[in-house]
Design a protein around this ligand. Structure first.
Ligand code: GRG
Length: 297
């Protein structure tokens, strides 16, 4: 793992539980379930991207920590719900039993709900501190808006809806892109845009980072699809072959492995080109997308 990635990740993990609300002991089980999935590991890609984008835009990453953690709460909720029998029905996540296997389905549902609402509690609570500083308040509200929009019915939720409805059906290439852009790329774009906004990025930087994130997000999903076919369960910490079992619309299913790898390469090149104006300064971002391609080859 790249040294810079490691540093951002450590910062996220150090503060990950700090923004969860204090929970009455009478309902402590939901806290345990939330904490279980949050601390079960994971790459922390989205919060790391948020911090890196804030840094790149010249902001103070310490101030972005509540938003980075909130984003990981949202991502973790989506994984908990996605693993449930009503969706992908998985027993293993991040190398451990899935949340519903540990706590039961009702509690897993509530743990996801708890994480989602805690994310907005964390971001709005932080914004309240800056009520008399218009610029800082604007950056925070804009970041929270980006995260909400990309996680919701015009982003990740929309992608999940289309993904479920496409199961066992003929899926057009256009629909497959719609699913991937929303289900996966949206939250990655939300991470980068929120970080850039928190850091005070100008319009050009925000647009360049957005284009980078869109290509990275799509590349990330295609890599995930490829790994579901050729990956190692132990290394990935989850079951493989799930997509074909569920008859999911994926790149390898629609285009084959070779064409998927070619598309992954094109997206990697596009992502790198999006940040060409920043030369070596954007190395963190360009290395990250290149490493992803290497992982699946
Ligand atoms: C339930 C609204 C709702 C959405 C679920 C995240 C998601 C949407 C589905 C999970 C299934 C899946 C394979 C999604 C593609 C995105 C993806 C690869 C998620 C896993 O993210 P990683 O690899 O996971 O960053 P870690 O564990 O490292 O955080």
């Amino acid at each position: 793992m790249n040294q810079e990635f490691k540093q951002y990740k450590e910062l996220v993990e150090k503060h990950l539980l700090d923004f969860l609300p204090e929970i009455d002991h009478k309902s402590i089980t939901v806290y345990e379930a939330m904490k279980y999935s949050l601390t079960a590991g994971g790459k922390r890609l989205r919060p790391v991207l948020l911090l890196a984008a804030c840094d790149f835009a010249g902001g103070d990453i310490k101030e972005a920590i509540p938003y980075a953690c909130a984003l990981e709460y949202i991502h973790t909720y989506s994984l908990i719900h996605d693993d449930m029998p009503e969706m992908d029905n998985d027993d293993l996540r991040r190398g451990m039993p899935t949340n519903h296997k540990m706590f039961g389905e009702a509690m897993a549902l509530l743990a996801g709900d708890g994480l989602l609402s805690s994310a907005f509690e964390a971001m709005t609570k932080d914004s309240l501190i800056y009520f008399d500083n218009h610029e800082k308040l604007k950056r925070r509200v804009s970041a929270a808006y980006e995260i909400a929009k990309n996680a919701g019915c015009r982003g990740m939720v929309a992608g999940q809806v289309a993904d479920i409805e496409a199961e066992s059906k003929q899926c057009s290439k256009e629909m497959l892109d719609y699913i991937h852009i929303n289900k996966t790329a949206a939250l990655i774009m939300g991470a980068v845009r929120a970080g850039a906004l928190l850091g005070g990025a100008d319009t050009k930087l925000l647009n360049d980072l957005t284009l980078y994130a869109e290509n990275l997000g799509l590349a990330f999903q295609i890599a995930d699809d490829i790994l579901d076919v050729i990956g190692d369960e132990k290394e990935l910490g989850k079951k493989t072959g799930v997509d074909s079992e569920l008859n999911k619309a994926t790149y390898p299913a629609l285009y084959g492995l070779e064409a998927s790898q070619k598309r992954l390469h094109e997206l990697t090149v596009n992502a790198v080109e999006a940040l060409a104006d920043y030369y070596d300064n954007a190395e963190f971002f360009t290395d990250l997308v290149k490493d992803l391609e290497v992982r699946v080859n």
